[in-house]
Write a protein of this length. Sequence first.
Length: 383
Amino acid sequence: MFFNFDILALLLLIPASYATQPYSTWMSDSFMTRGVTADRHYANAVLYRGFELAYNKSGNATYYNYIKSQVDQFVDPAGNLGGNYSTSLFSLDDLRIGPNLLFLYQSTQDARYKTAAGQLRAQLDRQPRTPRGGFWHRSPDYPNQMWLDGIYMAEPFYAQWNQLFDASNVTAWDDIILQFDLIEEHCRNKTSNLLVHGYDESKVAVWADPVTGAAPHVWDRALGWYFMALIDVLDHFPESHSGYAKLLGYMDSLAVGVKAAQDAAGGWWLVMDAPYPGMKGNYIESSATAMFTFSFLKAIRLGYIDSATYLETAQKAYGLMTTKFVAQNGTNSTLNWEGTVVVGSLGSNATFEYYIGIKVDENDFKGAGPFIYASYEIELLDL
Ligand SMILES: *[C@@H]1O[C@H](CO)[C@@H](O)[C@H](O)[C@H]1NC(C)=O
Ligand SMILES: *[C@@H]1O[C@H](CO)[C@@H](O)[C@H](O)[C@H]1NC(C)=O
Ligand SMILES: *[C@@H]1O[C@H](CO)[C@@H](O)[C@H](O)[C@H]1NC(C)=O
Ligand SMILES: *[C@@H]1O[C@H](CO)[C@@H](O)[C@H](O)[C@H]1NC(C)=O
Ligand SMILES: *[C@@H]1O[C@H](CO)[C@@H](O)[C@H](O)[C@H]1NC(C)=O
Ligand SMILES: *[C@@H]1O[C@H](CO)[C@@H](O)[C@H](O)[C@H]1NC(C)=O
Ligand SMILES: *[C@@H]1O[C@H](CO)[C@@H](O)[C@H](O)[C@H]1NC(C)=O
Ligand SMILES: *[C@@H]1O[C@H](CO)[C@@H](O)[C@H](O)[C@H]1NC(C)=O
């Protein structure tokens, strides 16, 4: 061998300033070139939303047609949601494809997409709840547990459905606020302004705090989902409802906590609560770094948070991603996305050792999707 392949790989990592085309479309193209297996799974939903933004950015129908051709593989002509969707398994993860279905409904006015989304909305009417009224993350697996992840899976869809079809349903708007209130009451650390992964209202999970039911650690991706949920729900939530100001307040103090937790190089640690940042085995994880970057940028654009306080934070994080997590060593001019942890579950013992023991993957939709969202936002700044 005449080449040192490690050095070659490093040389191929490209700083943002040298990017020859916008990352929002380039990263989308890369996944389309490699091919995506159509699925209604939330990870696919997260990637498809990236393609929606690439479409909105470029106006190029290739992205739109790709999304539609994928979704049409699991929504039949009558609007039945396929892909083994079951009305007897209650997982909030299943709801994440809802916004993609509504995107297609709005662009085609084809009723079958509304029918499919309606099945997900109907699930919420049957989803088991904690005694206080919080949706279980998944039944029967996680009784009385709310996870930050589930807030992103369910609430932006719930709010969008309401806005489109049920805007005068005050009970439903109140219900959305209740989900955030319960999470805030049980998971928020008012000193660090960060939230732990979830809580068990029955306090029986192996990890549950005996008094509050809270999980022990701040897992970066759960917090990333939660930050994005707050921002995206505000797209649909009526300003006239008293809950609107509350959501803004939750988002505002979360922004303070996330900015304070940023590593000097610009990213965020997998396990974010003290004293774990910097500890052996912990690392800067790419999916949450992308989610936080996107959240800051969108919140700045919409005037929810102050550019003077947060823009530099977001730009620094974005710069880090383009050098550390975007790699131009794919085949056929495709980009690879590096450094995303595969999973983090409260079905575990939820210890620091558990979280750091999970493997990291290349080209994970849950990281690449949010990187496309962040790219979309950063590219808007240049317009
Ligand atoms: C691309 O480069 C990154 C960073 O060096 C490396 O982690 C990854 O495995 C490489 N991927 C391929 C397909 O060579
Ligand atoms: C893209 O633009 C369309 C039309 O303006 C809009 O309905 C849709 O919500 C947008 N999608 C996203 C993901 O922003
Ligand atoms: C649209 O996007 C596809 C995929 O990136 C590309 O091959 C095609 O050239 C683009 N079309 C236009 C008109 O830019
Ligand atoms: C549906 O279930 C069948 C049988 O278990 C499995 O082979 C198939 O991959 C599943 N499809 C999806 C989209 O999950
Ligand atoms: C209003 O929302 C509540 C809570 O989701 C739901 O139970 C009820 O069926 C909705 N009402 C209508 C008319 O859709
Ligand atoms: C809340 O965060 C502070 C600052 O990081 C920390 O000292 C404290 O232990 C945390 N509280 C709980 C209950 O974890
Ligand atoms: C790369 O391009 C070649 C030639 O067009 C094609 O045969 C091959 O399938 C492509 N590989 C990928 C991973 O798309
Ligand atoms: C928790 O689970 C991890 C593996 O996921 C294991 O390494 C660790 O020892 C467990 N800790 C406790 C206290 O059970």
